[in-house]
Design a protein around this ligand. Structure first.
Ligand SMILES: [Zn+2]
Length: 335
C-alpha cells in the first residue's frame, strides 16, 4: 500500500507523454489549419474593386476585377504584356474572364486578344463588327471563330445602354458604341447576339452597307462607364473630339472620379468641353515609353492640370493598380 508499483508509474508517465503528444499534434493541427486558411484568404478575391492599367507599351489593356468578375477592356498590341498582367492579377484558380470589350479594331488594342482567347475562358466578348483588311485582324477573327461556342461563350455587338452587374453596387454600361452612321447600319441589322455562323454574316452585311471610304476606327470606339457607389470610371477608348461632342449632345456624359484618358493622351482627344463635364480627379494615361506619336501631348497634360486632375502614366510609372471601396480610392504603380 502506499507504494506505487513501478509499472503503474511507468503507465502514468507514458499516459502523460501520450497526453503531451496529443496536445502537440493538436497545436500543430491548429497551426497547419490556420496557415492554410490564411493562404486561402489571401488568394480569395478582394471585396474592393481593382482597376489595373497593364503596362502594355503603346496601346491599351485594362483589367477590372471585382470578386470573381473580371472585365478586360482591350488587350494591348502584343500577347506577352497582357498575359503577364492577367497572370498577376486574376484571382487564384479563376481562369474565366466574364466580359471582354474590344473598344475598336486597331492593333494597339486587339493585338494581344487572340492570345487571351487561347489562354482563358471568356463568357462574353463585346465588339463592333467593323471590317478591316489587315493580317493581324484576320488572325483575330479566325481565333474568335475557332473558340466561339467553346471557351468563348458568346460574341455580342455592343450597343448604347447595354449594362452588366459585376456585383453588389458595381456595374458598367455602354455609353456609346460607334458613330451615328455605324449605329444606323447596325440598328438596321436583325442580329444583336451572335452565335458562331452568324458572326461572318454581320461583318459582311456591315461591310456592304458602308458606302466606300476608310472608317476612322478610333472614332468608333466603344465608351464604357463603370460605377461603384460614389466611385466612377470612364473609359473612352480612342475617341476624338467629335466623339466627345457626340457624348455631350446625347446627354450621357457626366462627372467621373477617374478617366482613362482618350487615345493615349493624344491632342485629338480630351477637349476643353469634355473635361469641363467629366472633371476627373484622377486621369490614367496608357502610352508607350518614348513612343513615336508623342503621346501624351503636352496640351492634354496642361488641360488635365487645369482640371485639377492627378495624372498617372504607364510610360513613366509602369503598371497602375487602382483600388476602390466604392468611396475612397488609392493606387500604386510598378515598373
Ligand atoms: Zn490606341
Amino acid at each position: 500500500m502506499g507504494k506505487r508499483s513501478p509499472d503503474l508509474v511507468d503507465a502514468r508517465s507514458s499516459s502523460a507523454e501520450a497526453h503531451m503528444m496529443h496536445r502537440l499534434w493538436f497545436v500543430l493541427g491548429i497551426v497547419i489549419i490556420a496557415s492554410i486558411s490564411l493562404k486561402t484568404l489571401t488568394s480569395l478575391p478582394r471585396s474592393e474593386l481593382q482597376v489595373i492599367v497593364c503596362d502594355v507599351g503603346q496601346g491599351d489593356g485594362i483589367l477590372i476585377v471585382y470578386g470573381f468578375y473580371q472585365l478586360l477592356v482591350d488587350a494591348g498590341r502584343t500577347p506577352q504584356p497582357i498575359l503577364t498582367c492577367l497572370e498577376k492579377h486574376m484571382p487564384a484558380g479563376d481562369s474565366r474572364i466574364e466580359s471582354v470589350v474590344m473598344t475598336h479594331p486597331d492593333s494597339d488594342h486587339f493585338g494581344g486578344l487572340s492570345a487571351v482567347i487561347d489562354r482563358y475562358a471568356i463568357s462574353q466578348l463585346l465588339l463592333l463588327p467593323i471590317p478591316k483588311e489587315t493580317a493581324d485582324y484576320k488572325l483575330l477573327m479566325e481565333s474568335i471563330s475557332g473558340h466561339l461556342g467553346n471557351n468563348l461563350t458568346e460574341v455580342v455587338v455592343a450597343a448604347p445602354g447595354m449594362s452588366r452587374v459585376m456585383g453588389s453596387s458595381v456595374g458598367w454600361q455602354v455609353l456609346s458604341a460607334g458613330t451615328s452612321k455605324t449605329r444606323q447600319i447596325l440598328d438596321s441589322l436583325p442580329l444583336k447576339i451572335i452565335a458562331e455562323q452568324q458572326l461572318w454574316d454581320v461583318y459582311q452585311q456591315f461591310s456592304q452597307q458602308i458606302e466606300g471610304g476608310e472608317i476612322d476606327t478610333n472614332g468608333e470606339s466603344i465608351v464604357l462607364f463603370l460605377t461603384f457607389n460614389e466611385f466612377s470610371l470612364l473609359l473612352t477608348g480612342d475617341i476624338g473630339e467629335k466623339g466627345e461632342q457626340a457624348l455631350i449632345s446625347q446627354g450621357v456624359l457626366q462627372h467621373s472620379t477617374v478617366l482613362k484618358v482618350g487615345h493615349h493622351g493624344s491632342k485629338s482627344s480630351s477637349s476643353t468641353d469634355f473635361l469641363k463635364i467629366v472633371q476627373p480627379e484622377l486621369a490614367l494615361i496608357s502610352a508607350g515609353q518614348d513612343n513615336s506619336y508623342g503621346h501624351p501631348h503636352k496640351q492634354v497634360l496642361s488641360s488635365l492640370e487645369a482640371s485639377h486632375s492627378t495624372v498617372l502614366r504607364t510610360d513613366l510609372m509602369g503598371e497602375i493598380v487602382l483600388t476602390s471601396d466604392g468611396f475612397r480610392y488609392w493606387w500604386h504603380t510598378q515598373k
